[in-house]
Structure formats: C-alpha cells, structure tokens
Design a protein around this ligand. Structure first.
Ligand SMILES: *Cc1c(COP(=O)(O)O)cnc(C)c1O
Length: 482
C-alpha cells in the first residue's frame, strides 16, 4: 500500500472493522433490519454541520461517526430484509466497487480507463450472448469482412431508469429520426402495461413525447399483455393516425414479478413493424439459468432490453445494462444520424460516450465483473434459481395458512399476499407497524386492483423459517391497537 498516507491506512482499518461488525450482526439476524430516527436528530448525532465547517473526520472521530451512521443504516445483509429489490452485494463485487472508486477511471472515453472500458465491453457482450444476440467484435481487430454486421449493442448505465430512457430514446430515433433535431411530434405513442415501472412514463416526459402519449396495453387481471387485443389496439391507433414508437413488456413486472408472453407480443409487434422494448430490470437475470430461461422465451425477438445487475446479479448500486438486438439503434439514441462506429476511427479502443446520458461514467462493469468472475456464471445462476425457488416455497407456505390469501403463483422471487379480513388501508397501516417494529422490512403494492404485502427475497441468507416467523408476527401486529 505504498503511496497511501498513514492516516488513510488507519482509517481504512477503522472502516473495515466497523463494517465487519455491522455485517456480522446483521447476518446473524439479531437486531432490527431498519430503524428510522428523525432526520434532524440524526443530522445532529452525526455532527454533520460541525464536521463540514471544521473537518476532522478521521481516527476516533471517524469511528464514532460510523457507529452512528451504521446504526441508522438499512441492514441489507439481514435475512429479514425483504423490502425493495436491492441486491445483497457479493463480497467480491464490493471489492470491485472499491477498485473502481479507488482507481477512479471514468471510462466512457477509452483513454480515460482502458481496463474499465474493456471489462464493460466484455460484460455487455456476455449479456448480449445470454439474450441470444450477436456480441460485438473487438473494435481494434482489423475488419474481417462483415464481422460487425448484425451484432447487438449496449452500454452500462447508472441504473435501470437511465437504461429505460436510453432504450426509449433509441426507439424514438427509430420511429422519428427528425425528433433529435426538431423535437418529438405529438403523434407518437408508446403502449405499455398499466403496471409498467414508472421510469417508462418518466422517460416519455423527459424525451418530450409527454406522459399523455402513454397508452395502456390491454392486460389480463394480473397485468399481463393480451396479445390479440394488443393487435387490435395497434390497428386502432394507426387508424387514428398515431405513430407507435414502441410497445413495452415486462420481464418481471415491478409489483409481482410476472412475465409477459414475449413470443406472442413479438408476433404482434413484428406484424405491425413496431419496436418491442422489454423491461427486464429485475427478471432478465433468469437468462443465466437453463431452468428459468423459459420465463424469457421470445425476449430475443425484442429490439431492446434493460437488465439491472444491481438487482439480481448481486452487484452494488448502481449498475444496469441497456441492450439492443441491432447495435446500430443505440447509435441513434443520442444523435440524429446513426452511424456504425466499428472500424471507423483511427484511435485505439472503444468510446462508449456516444451511447450514454453520462459524460463522466464510472467503471460500472468492474464491480459487476468481480462478482460474476468470483462465482462464475453458473454460480450466479444458482443464486437466482435459489431465490426463485424460495419464492415458490414461500407461496406454498402462504397457501397452507388459512389466515392468508396469495395474490398469484409467483414466477420470480417476489411474493404478494394479504391477511384475510383486512382491507387495503389496514394493510398500509400493518406495513407501517412492521416498519416501526423494525424486525422485518417488507413493502406493499397495489396489484390486480387491491393492496398486498410484498416480499422481494433478494438476500441469499434468507430461508423459509425467516418468512415463517414473519407470518406468525403479522396477525399479532395487525391486532395490536396500541
Ligand atoms: C427497479 C426497476 C426499474 C428501475 O430500475 P432502477 O435501477 O431502480 O432505476 C425498472 N423496471 C423494473 C421492472 C424494475 O424492477
């Protein structure tokens, strides 16, 4: 560690020791998953103002700060944490993140981080192959005929929402090549299931297409697209003179983790010449598993796909991919003229900058790669299979308990259920009580017209016995009227 000042080295030991005990305590399942002190008190306890004005966050001061900071942090490694879809980071992925921030090589321009750029390029190619799309050739290879033709494309972004925006920007350029220069025309529409993640409608606002351009896709009671009715809707929209920019489908809808029938939706989109975008932020990781791949059958016929590594790939936030079957479309996302970048320029390497919202862009592929390379793809596949299997097991358990109602047979590691005899508002109140109690962290969602309690089982340490105890606790918390 030559070159690192001594103080830094001591502080590193302080940080490591605090994190180690925080993690060990959380993993043991002791103590709360979550405590939420009032913000002003926390700011005071952390001594934030004083530290900003006078400095001195080192040594004992650092130790004390971390004690308070970690006590008020959501304990991700705790097996009772079943709240939002946040990865429980793989230890090697954390180290990769450390290497990334330590080297601080923003790699959207190759010369600013050749190793990080190469890792990202390779990781994107691996993801393309998992989808069934053609990976890109190495850019520095002398052109070998049509090697780069028909290959996919993609880039890592700071989160799925940016990935979604990037995919829809490319779809807009495809539907309306003039939009980049002139702004979007008011006749564009995007057809999405009503349960689509809010980042879809937000992207339409940002892209200047407007949230009103979002048209609900006809869906069954569980929010899955009805392909035949979708075809009729597309015809109607065309009849009204609207231009259909994209249809979006879910590979793991946010509420309950259900998947659309991609072959059937792709049939309709192909017939109408419409861009198909798949939101696989949560569910695309099932592509790793031969056992679960069927959930994504047909996804290879989509035009674009987003896939969060910071959900089911055990990568710390943020790291998401936006992928394209035809890489040329990504070229069009941020400029009017799409042009092929491969083999065009003299300089070495590959600049991702033409493909991203970000200018300074972290080496996101590094932390992702470290976890992937430590486990190997089969190891990560086993993790995904294990969590999906636990989702199914928990659903079976809930189905045997007469006081509970299961929303739907889960397809992923997201389980929605409710206590019979309790209305929607009472479920919101129950969830508040769970949070105030602190021993468990769960969420609620509306799905199929009602409110449900929702578990997202992300942590590899969570077992069915942990959920069993939660199921015993909930009726008590619901009764407790103090
Ligand atoms: C989480 C999620 C998103 C948004 O991704 P972020 O990485 O949180 O920005 C989009 N779609 C679905 C289905 C998701 O689960």
């Amino acid at each position: 560690m030559k070159g690192i000042p001594m103080t830094t080295r001591d502080d590193m030991n302080i940080v490591r020791s605090r994190l180690e005990s925080w993690e060990a305590e959380a993993r043991s399942g002791q103590g709360p998953v979550l405590v939420q002190p009032p913000m002003p008190r926390l700011a005071e306890d952390l001594d934030i103002r004083e530290l900003i004005s006078a400095g001195g966050l080192a040594g004992d001061r650092l130790d004390g700060f971390l004690e308070t900071y970690l006590a008020a942090s959501h304990r991700i490694p705790h097996p009772h944490g079943m709240g939002h879809q946040v990865a429980c980071p793989h230890p090697s992925a954390v180290l990769g993140g450390y290497v990334d921030v330590f080297t601080n090589n923003p790699m959207a321009i190759y010369e600013m981080g050749p190793a990080a750029a190469t890792v990202e390029y390779a990781v994107i190619n691996w993801m393309l192959e998992k989808v069934g799309w053609k990976p890109r050739p190495w850019p520095d290879r002398p052109a070998e005929g049509a090697e780069g033709e028909g290959c996919g494309g993609g880039v890592l972004t700071h989160g799925g929402s940016l990935a979604q925006l990037t995919a829809l920007a490319a779809a807009r350029a495809h539907a309306d090549p003039e939009a980049w220069e002139n702004g979007a025309y008011p006749d564009l529409v995007v057809v999405s299931p009503p349960d689509a993640h809010y980042s879809v409608s937000r992207a339409l606002g940002i892209l200047g297409i407007g949230q009103k351009a979002l048209v609900s896709a006809p869906c069954d009671d569980w929010g899955r697209i009805l392909p035949r009715q979708l075809g009729r809707l597309l015809e109607e929209l065309k009849g009204q003179g609207r231009r259909i920019m994209a249809v979006t489908a879910n590979a793991g809808c946010t509420a309950a983790g259900l998947h659309d029938d991609f072959h059937a939706v792709a049939d309709v989109c192909e017939r109408h010449g419409v861009w198909l975008h798949v939101d696989g932020a949560h569910g695309a990781s099932a592509l790793l598993s031969p056992r679960l791949r069927h959930l994504l059958d047909g996804v290879e016929r989509a035009d674009s796909l987003i896939w969060d590594a910071h959900k089911m790939m055990r990568t710390p936030g943020l790291c998401a991919a936006v992928l394209f079957r035809d890489g040329q479309h990504l070229d069009g996302a941020f400029r009017q003229q799409a042009s092929y970048l491969f083999h065009e320029k003299e300089q070495v390497g590959f600049d991702a900058i033409a493909h991203t919202v970000e200018c300074t862009k972290a080496g996101l592929g590094v932390k992702f790669f470290f976890g992937l390379a430590a486990e190997g793809e089969k190891g990560l596949a086993r993790y995904v299979e294990g969590r999906y299997a636990l989702g199914a097991e928990v659903a079976r358990l809930i189905a045997t308990r007469p006081e509970y109602e299961l929303a739907v047979e889960p397809e992923a590691n997201i389980v929605c259920f409710r206590l019979k005899g309790l209305d929607d508002d009472a479920h919101l109140e129950l969830r508040n009580r769970v949070l105030a109690d602190g021993r468990y962290y769960i969420t609620t969602t509306t799905f199929a017209g009602r409110r449900w309690l929702r578990l997202a089982i992300m942590n590899p340490e969570t077992e069915v016995r942990h959920v069993e105890r939660l199921l015993n606790l909930l009726p008590e918390l619901a009764k407790d009227d103090t």
